[in-house]
Design a protein around this ligand. Structure first.
Ligand SMILES: Nc1ncnc2c1ncn2[C@@H]1O[C@H](COP(=O)(O)OP(=O)(O)OP(=O)(O)O)[C@@H](O)[C@H]1O
Ligand SMILES: [Mg+2]
Length: 255
């Protein structure tokens, strides 16, 4: 992040417990806008938990205790006044296992807008085309929009989930290992899509694939045991990590 830029996402002394288990410990992170930030670290280090803090998805789990603050575009979203529906529209999320709804491709993409009351078929068609184009899926599905989304390939389903998130016109897109179950070609398509999208969106991607982080991410955050060990420009972090722990992880000594 260049000096003086306000972060789009920020945590301050963010800690989170699931009952007795501490999943995040005093995380101070500043995520710059219109860039891709990768979150890396060993299994169970808190990556998914951290993503879920940005749109309050952790609220869904029992016995969660959060302390510290989380800012989205400068607004503290840990307070009770936050409108969760509008927060989750602004902060879209795509999961590791693609989860298209059991309905047509068209109805999947237009789901969010229809839920928020858009009824005009022409407007819905426009949103569907625009979102599918953004997710680089339009050419593959434009002739079969009324077929079931479940008949798409795994990679297409994941791009459909990206399109569905984009149809809500979010500012921020969180992706939790979006390509981990995909073949290299589908993975490359997702990566290309993300790189194009960063012109307009702030993107945070959790990945176990360090090459993927190196290919797509401008910045990388390395978490271990719930702590943010290091954050910085990806190129610098991968060639010249400041922390011994980051170096050991990046060079494959553990994880
Ligand atoms: N809903 C939950 N209830 C209780 N404990 C949880 C819950 N979700 C996560 N945890 C615990 O919190 C810690 C962090 O989990 P999290 O899922 O954030 O890790 P992660 O870095 O995403 O791991 P992975 O790379 O395996 O996806 C782990 O110890 C995990 O067991
Ligand atoms: Mg996870």
């Amino acid at each position: 992040m260049t000096q003086g830029d306000d972060p789009v996402l920020e945590t301050r002394e963010l800690s989170l417990h699931y009952g007795p288990v501490r999943a995040l410990a005093e995380v101070d992170l500043r995520v710059p806008g219109r860039r891709i930030t990768a979150v890396i670290g060993p299994s169970g280090c808190g990556k998914t938990t951290l993503l879920r803090c940005f749109n309050r998805m952790n609220d869904a789990y029992p016995k969660v205790r959060v302390s510290g603050r989380v800012f989205v575009e400068g607004v503290d979203v840990t307070t009770s006044e936050v409108d969760l529906e509008s927060l989750r529209k602004r902060v879209g999320m795509v999961f590791q296992k693609s989860n298209p709804f059991p309905m047509s491709i068209r109805r999947n993409v237009t789901f969010g807008p229809r839920m928020s009351g858009v009824r005009d078929p022409a407007r819905l068609a426009e949103i569907a085309e625009h979102s599918l184009r953004l997710a680089d899926l339009w050419a593959e599905v434009s002739h079969r929009l009324d077929e079931s989304a479940l008949d798409l390939s795994g990679g297409q389903q994941q791009r459909l989930c990206i399109a569905r998130a984009l149809a809500n016109e979010p500012d921020i897109l969180l992706l939790d290992e979006p390509a981990s179950s995909l073949d290299p070609i589908s993975t490359a398509k997702i990566e290309d899509t993300l790189v194009r999208l960063k012109e307009r969106y702030t993107i945070v991607i959790v990945t176990h694939n360090l090459q993927q982080a190196a290919r797509v991410a401008d910045f990388t955050a390395f978490l271990m045991a719930g702590r943010l060990v290091e954050f910085g420009a990806t190129a610098r972090m991968f060639t010249n990590p400041r922390e011994k722990l980051s170096e050991d992880y990046i060079t494959g000594r553990f994880g």
